[in-house]
Design a protein around this ligand. Structure first.
Ligand SMILES: Cc1cc2nc3c(=O)[nH]c(=O)nc-3n(C[C@H](O)[C@H](O)[C@H](O)COP(=O)(O)OP(=O)(O)OC[C@H]3O[C@@H](n4cnc5c(N)ncnc54)[C@H](O)[C@@H]3O)c2cc1C
Length: 369
């Protein structure tokens, strides 16, 4: 049964770091809002990541607005510390996060947005979609050619080497996830890594300082997609703290080029070589699924069309996208810049809304009374 709830000035969809940062700024401006989260706790995407994960951003650069990440500012937080920090953030600022409340559809009716979950309908003047930059696991079609006896996991389902069968393990994907998972597996398994396209390696620490100190101090982390350097940087993925050579020499991981075919238990690479595997970890990234948003703000590839998160549909925004505005847009320590910008846009929109609906409703009620 559907229950019509109070209307809100703003509904934020997603209770990860982006949604929480948004909530922080909306609360500071005194807006009436709610945050709808599909999972049973905030920051759920972090909880889904592998057990040994450590951030590549040190604690000093992993804080949301108004609450420093606890502990040594130069240390690299663990997955569980991030989950704990986000839960603490919600409590500290008393953010209205409605858990177990997945949004099933978002529509626009006249000048109101209608947000539907399983059993409720919310009405909002404005909506912020903060459902994350990494949503639906992407696995190439060659996965279907493998024998069912081969264990196959996407990196988002990988937790630890325990339970991964012995016999060669092939990690496919040369990004940060692929490298980190390969390092972990190499301690206990014969591990291979297939790198489809090489990413630019950057050291984690340079002369005793973290990479992000330099990116911050030089202003590179805040270069926007509208600048020439921002555009160049956004076209390149970076590999932080690893190199293919280091992986091979220090950890004994065997490297292969792109995986192009599979049959039975064998994977073929672009150099013609073949490998019989016992297990495969697909570290092949994610796609976005916005099929539940019935507002025409997407291009032909299903990507949101926006300018710094502001879409062409008045009052509809995105937050936390990769390179939404800068390299920092999808990082925990910098998402606040875009969140603050959107809070400003949201306030301006409210101030300019014709007659400000809230006042109209109140005066109608007054008359009736
Ligand atoms: C392996 C990995 C390591 C990373 N390491 C770092 C790092 O070291 N430092 C750093 O700064 N960044 C890192 N990132 C990048 C980024 O910080 C994270 O991806 C972060 O989780 C993004 O936060 P978010 O709030 O934008 O999205 P998410 O954390 O994905 O949160 C989105 C939330 O929306 C909810 N949701 C989705 N759909 C709906 C719906 N329809 N209705 C209601 N709720 C919904 C989800 O349940 C989720 O809780 C890493 C990313 C990955 C994948």
């Amino acid at each position: 049964m559907h229950v019509m709830t109070d209307r809100h000035e703003v509904v934020v969809i997603g209770g990860g770091q982006a949604g929480l940062a948004m909530g922080h700024f909306l609360a500071r401006r005194g807006l009436k809002f709610t945050i709808l989260e599909a999972a049973d706790q905030p920051g759920a995407a972090w909880r889904e990541r592998w057990d040994s994960l450590r951030l590549f951003t040190p604690a000093r650069y992993s804080s949301l607005p108004g609450l420093a990440f606890p502990g040594d500012s130069d240390s690299y937080p663990t997955r569980d510390e991030v989950v704990g920090y986000l839960a603490d953030y919600v409590r500290r600022f008393e953010l209205p996060v409605e858990l177990n409340n997945r949004v099933r559809s978002l529509r626009k009716a006249d000048d109101t947005y209608e947000v539907r979950t399983e059993d409720r309908t919310y009405e909002a003047d404005q909506v912020v979609v903060a459902t994350g930059p990494f949503q639906t696991p992407r696995v190439p079609p060659i996965a279907n050619e493998l024998d069912p006896s081969i264990v196959q996991l996407h990196s988002s389902a990988y937790r630890s080497p325990t339970g991964i069968s012995q016999g060669p393990v092939l990690v496919i994907g040369g990004g940060n996830s692929g490298f980190q998972i390969a390092v972990e597996l190499a301690a206990s398994h014969e591990t291979h890594l297939s790198i489809g396209s090489r990413q630019t390696p950057l050291p984690q620490r340079i002369f005793g300082r973290d990479l992000f100190w330099y990116l911050d101090a030089t202003g590179l982390i805040r270069k926007t997609t509208e600048s020439r350097i921002g555009r160049r940087l956004s076209g390149r993925d970076t590999l932080i703290g690893s190199t293919p050579r280091g992986l091979r020499r220090r950890h004994g991981v065997r490297l292969h080029p792109r995986a192009v075919g599979a049959e039975g238990s064998a994977v073929t690479f672009s150099d013609g070589a073949e490998l019989n595997v016992g297990a495969i970890i697909w570290a092949t990234g994610f796609t976005s699924d916005y099929s539940w948003i019935e507002v025409p703000v997407f291009d032909e590839h299903g990507r949101a069309v926006h300018r710094r998160g502001v879409t062409g549909s008045p009052g509809l925004y995105f937050l936390g996208l990769s390179w939404q505005h800068t390299r920092g847009s999808a990082l925990i320590g910098w998402v606040k810049d875009d969140a603050e910008y959107l809070a400003e846009e949201i306030s301006r929109f409210r101030a300019n809304a014709p007659g400000t609906r809230q006042v109209k409703v109140d005066s109608a009620r007054l008359k009736a009374a």
